[in-house]
Design a protein around this ligand. Sequence first.
Ligand code: TYD
Ligand code: MG
Length: 456
Amino acid sequence: MIKNQNNYKCSNCGATASKWSGKCHSCLEWNSLQEIEDYTPKSRSVKGDTEFFTLESSVNEISRIKTGIDELDIVLGGGFVSGSGILLGGEPGIGKSTILMQVASKIADMDKKIHYYSGEESKSQILLRSNRLDVSQRKIQVSTLSNLEEIILKINEDTPSLIIVDSIQTSFSDRIEGIPGSINQVRYTCQELLALCKSLNIILILVGHVTKDGQLAGPKTIEHMVDTVLYFEADKGNELRLIRTAKNRYGSTSEVGIFKMTSTGLEQIKNPSSLFLSNSGDNLTGTSVFPANEGSRTILLEIQALVTPSLFATSKRTVVGWDVSRLSMLLAVLESRCDLTFSNLDIYLSIASGIKTSDPAADLAVAAALISSKLNFPLDSKTVIFGEINLSGTIRESYNTEGRIKEAEKLGFTKALISKNAKTIANTKVEMKKINGLVDFISYLKTISNSMDDEY
Ligand code: TYD
Ligand code: MG
């Protein structure tokens, strides 16, 4: 074998280097360079019998299998597509094996054959879980096999409709050097399983571990290989579980499925719009309500901010559920456009219940919570606030104004603070206060707060 000139590879981005260094020259990740293990792929023969096709060729409608678990069907874009590969990532203990056992049971109810390969757990551990979930179908064939060649043999013998490999990091091939979970092993097993399942039109679900910073362990290339990537999220000590789509070749990536971990498995939460509100009904300082657009639905989130004098030379920025760099940008806009200084203040910002949002319309609600805490006046608990803030301090219209207002109305909110460019919604009792820019916004918040004081 020719000695490879690039002896090190980045486990984060896949870039190669001839010498080891602490930082990857391509993605700048620290400690990600690893020595390349011998990679000897199977020799493939060139047949040369593949024909080109042109784009007017007709395509068959893709066939989907609904899991019957609506929250999961939403994130999948309407169910599993036959022959597709799905990667399910999440921290240990979050509920990956639990939901997959529940999915297997639903698919088995449709009289379809399932292979469940669990290289992570013993037979008794698997049986304990299935008893707890009350799953006992004979159509689910469970095995603790983790050797790829043996798994492929079983699949070829039996051709099931669904294969679950729990997890891709414990599976390994005899043809590849390196321990299970190493880059080459993970990439090779993933590639072989995907190719086989595509050729036999089998749905393949791979479970992937995530590292401490929430990335899928192993090369990023696995995410490129599969059709769909789902991530399990949870807040520590909270029974809520969210499944988000990070990639989907057969549907939208903005959807989120919401579940609750119970003593008998994961239960779906069908009407989550008010789930994340504390419902105290009091007008609180530093607390605003934001109607977040999560895929095809609106969920109301409570944004809490606490702004306190800093005890140290460098002020603290602690953020849960929102992007820290977005907060820095917002603070810079508030400082330069509205003369509000935060530099000597510690900021704690949190989205209640551990949910994360990347909806840009959260800017205005976050700004309201920060301003209210800094200037020490309460916000009206019956008002929802949304809009993206431009660097100029103006407010941009948000996507789906109507959906957000209608959901807020359903939950008893009476007022919405929105961009002046937002279109007026007919047939709603929610008063829509259109805001010109941040300076206007602050004086309006103060006026409402004063009028609330007068009412008491
Ligand atoms: P599991 O699905 O094994 O997590 P993962 O595969 O992501 O590592 O879930 C393990 C946790 O879920 C464990 O702490 C026990 C809890 N659990 C329940 O609360 N209820 C249940 O019905 C089941 C099966 C597990
Ligand atoms: Mg597991």
